[in-house]
Write a protein that binds this ligand. Structure first.
Ligand SMILES: Nc1ncnc2c1ncn2[C@@H]1O[C@H](COP(=O)(O)OP(=O)(O)OP(=O)(O)O)[C@@H](O)[C@H]1O
Length: 386
């Protein structure tokens, strides 16, 4: 958001200095991926544990993780990705990870004290938490005989509306540096539905895929996932399809996957938020009018995500109206799983976009995206001071 340099000069660097911490290197990024390059170079020339005080949003954290994961190290650092500890200073647009780890006060004020919490944890030698990574493999059709491409996320992997919003909002960044650009891009994409085949896989350590049940407010076994055949098939059209790791929100107030913090997973798991319009008793065909009629429901879901994530308790009544009463079908399918496959229908171009922590990739025609949540091995991986 353009504040990182002055905030570091005024607050972060003096605080580190006054606390007796030796700062080996200070870098202001000059181009995309600069942070990752600096970090790899630093690790190649220094031994031991490295702490990175990172003033950025989720996108730059992702660049660091992605670059480190694919870099080749020699000597003491050979044999796998290094362990790197981050102290985060939120300085991006959304700051999803920081605002999950340090929920902002209800009035939304994010003063210097708010932004320095992870750094203060580092100075106090306090707790770190390991990041779960979502690894998405983008495959070409088998006939292309090309190597699959991997994308790493520490926050979000999405298709459908969210990927379309992120794709379109980047073009608006200069004009609208704040969160507003996501709302404008959402308007532009509100009537799109996306056609794809989906498979859901259970998380490691659980036999079956789990789904949230608003009546008991807990996860229950997905009715189509059984220990002898745990994979769940899902058919479209989809309006929303988004998975998170580590975070319960994508912006300070937009709590799209609230159960990540309310019912934290035990191992590596991904929380999926899926909206399929055909779950509504009043939707039985994919036509322009039905898509338009569904827009208010989509806004209700996204609006309720801004109200402590209450969208996960919405149901349809028999007329297709949205309510929090009764036992009708849930409007949102909130799933906890170990991973998923997204196989877009060939002629649906919009279904081919994938968002990984804000970066957009295109799935090739006849290709697919396969995502799985992975926990770091002991003494490796990426940790954050909390
Ligand atoms: N000097 C620079 N010039 C141009 N781009 C830069 C420069 N420094 C960093 N970048 C790029 O700017 C982007 C900003 O990403 P970052 O995640 O830090 O902020 P954000 O996207 O606003 O936040 P969030 O992901 O939390 O919404 C990154 O892609 C990064 O590579």
């Amino acid at each position: 958001d353009g504040t990182a340099k002055s905030f570091f000069d005024e607050h972060v660097l003096p605080l580190l200095q006054n606390s007796g911490k030796v700062v080996d290197k200070v870098v202001a990024t000059e181009h995309p991926n600069h942070a990752g390059e600096v970090l790899v170079d630093f690790l190649k020339h220094h031994e031991g544990e490295v702490v990175v005080v990172l003033g950025s949003g989720d996108g730059t954290l992702n660049e660091c993780i992605t670059t480190l994961s694919s870099a080749e190290f020699t000597g003491a650092r050979s044999g796998g990705p290094p362990k790197v500890v981050f102290a985060l200073v939120p300085s991006g647009t959304a700051n999803a990870l920081y605002s999950t780890l340090f929920p902002p006060p209800a009035d939304g004020t994010t003063d210097a004290a708010y932004r320095l919490q992870s750094v203060k944890s580092f100075l106090a030698g306090a707790k770190t938490i390991p990041l779960t990574l979502a690894i998405t493999t983008l495959s070409s059709p088998p006939s292309a005989r090309k190597r699959p491409q991997a994308r790493i996320s520490a926050v979000v992997v999405s298709t459908c509306m969210h990927a379309s919003i992120l794709k379109d909002s980047e073009a608006l960044r200069k004009e609208m540096p704040g969160l507003e650009r996501f709302k404008v891009a959402a308007q532009q994409n509100s009537t799109k539905w996306y056609n794809s085949w989906v498979k859901l896989l259970p998380a490691a350590g659980t036999e079956v895929v789990q789904i949230y049940d608003p009546s008991s407010k807990t996860f229950v076994d997905h009715p189509e996932s059984h220990s002898d055949d745990p994979i769940v098939d899902m058919y479209g059209p989809f309006a929303y399809f988004l998975g998170t790791v580590n975070v319960d929100r994508l912006e300070p107030a937009f709590m799209i996957s609230p159960l990540m913090s309310r019912i934290p997973p035990i191992g590596a798991a991904c929380d999926l938020v899926v909206v399929r319009p055909f779950r509504s008793p009043s939707v039985s065909a994919d036509k322009t009018e039905t898509r338009e009629a569904f827009v208010p429901i989509l806004w209700k879901i996204l609006g309720d995500a801004y109200h402590q994530g209450s969208h996960i308790d919405l149901r349809y009544n028999e007329k297709g109206e949205v309510t929090t009463e009764g036992d009708g079908p849930t409007v949102v399918e909130y799933i906890r799983c170990g991973g998923w496959e997204w196989i877009p229908v060939d002629d649906d171009e919009d279904a081919h976009f994938l968002c990984t922590d804000g970066a957009i990739s295109k799935i090739e025609t006849e290709g697919r995206a396969v995502c799985s949540a992975a926990a770091p091995a002991a003494d490796a991986g990426f940790l954050v001071h909390v």
